[in-house]
Design a protein around this ligand. Structure first.
Ligand code: FAD
Length: 273
């Protein structure tokens, strides 16, 4: 149980209340989880900050407050289908009613529901700290953890159109943790590939994306390419499968998403050749 709970009314109030001893709490589904590594004795609740719960668009980009819940986003007609697909990876509606998009990004889990999709979509986060505000890509936020530690995510921006994104999740059951969550996007003739691999990490597959952007690849070529990637660290895992199986699964997931994206793109694919 928390010793101290501060309920912030504005982003500025939240930032002013943040210190080395407390942590932000949005939906609380991670910080209150038994065994969570991010529990604390004191919390700054950011759940009821009006500026952080709205969803708006200028037609090209959606700007969602970081305290928007998964369900709120899934129910919003402005939110594109590729985001809704990954929001529904969280199978429990009860949890979707509480968990927030900002909390899912901030926790940077290797079975993250949203991070691969948001990175593939070149999504950005607005950040606020005691030294001011800035906007960075979700990719930079995730991979440069120390730089952004302790900052408040106030909003998340992602494209409303002019991008094709496919995401894939593999788990033992809909409610189980994912062994793999992967996403591939196509925008302006370029692919972007990102994968969250349980008990391993979150990876950018920039080399695969560059190959896909340059030439048409077969399913076998993609699977072999991913299987040979030495930078994805995998061990055999009793719950999630052997390293070989998970390498194959990662490869075939990208191969299938590639085919789907090419079909979405009227069969043209993203490559010039
Ligand atoms: C049974 C169970 C299974 C789960 N399985 C998964 C899973 O498979 N994949 C997955 O990704 N998650 C999983 N989770 C974790 C959690 O439900 C999600 O990650 C959720 O999206 C976290 O959002 P939240 O709003 O509840 O975050 P909180 O619990 O409120 O906070 C999580 C972390 O993010 C920080 N934070 C929250 N909001 C912000 C913000 N706006 N700015 C800066 N920091 C912030 C908090 O300080 C804390 O460190 C699971 C949780 C439970 C209970």
């Amino acid at each position: 149980m928390a010793d101290k709970l501060i309920i912030a009314g504005t982003p500025a109030e939240a930032v002013a209340s943040k210190n080395a001893q407390n942590i932000y709490m949005a939906g609380g589904t991670e910080v209150m989880r038994l065994g969570s590594l991010v529990s604390a004795d004191s919390y700054v609740s950011i759940r009821r900050i009006p500026e952080m719960t709205g969803i708006e668009t200028d037609g090209d980009t959606i700007r969602a407050g970081a305290a928007c819940t998964f369900q709120q986003l899934a129910d919003c007609e402005l939110v594109p289908g590729y985001i809704k697909e990954s929001l529904r990876f969280m199978a429990s509606r009860t949890r979707r009613n509480m968990a927030t998009i900002g909390g899912n990004i901030a926790i940077r889990r290797d079975d993250s529901f949203l991070i691969p999709t948001l990175i593939a979509a070149s999504a950005r986060v607005s950040l606020l700290g005691q030294n001011g505000s800035c906007e960075v890509s979700v990719k930079d936020y995730v991979f440069d953890k120390d730089k952004y530690e302790g900052l408040l995510i106030t909003a998340v921006c992602f494209p409303a159109r002019n991008i094709l994104v496919r995401s894939y999740r593999s788990a033992n059951t809909a409610q189980s943790h994912a062994r793999l969550t992967a996403s591939l996007s196509l925008a302006g003739g370029r692919y972007t590939a990102c994968a969250a691999v349980k008990n391993s990490g979150i990876y950018m597959l920039d080399d695969l994306a560059a190959e896909l952007s340059g030439r048409r690849m077969s399913e076998d070529e993609i699977v072999t390419f991913v299987k040979n990637k030495a930078d994805i660290h995998l061990d055999d895992d009793l719950l999630y499968g052997s390293a070989d199986y998970r390498r194959y699964l990662t490869g075939i997931s990208f191969a299938l998403m590639y085919e789907e994206l090419n079909a979405d793109n009227n069969g043209k694919g993203g490559c010039a050749k």
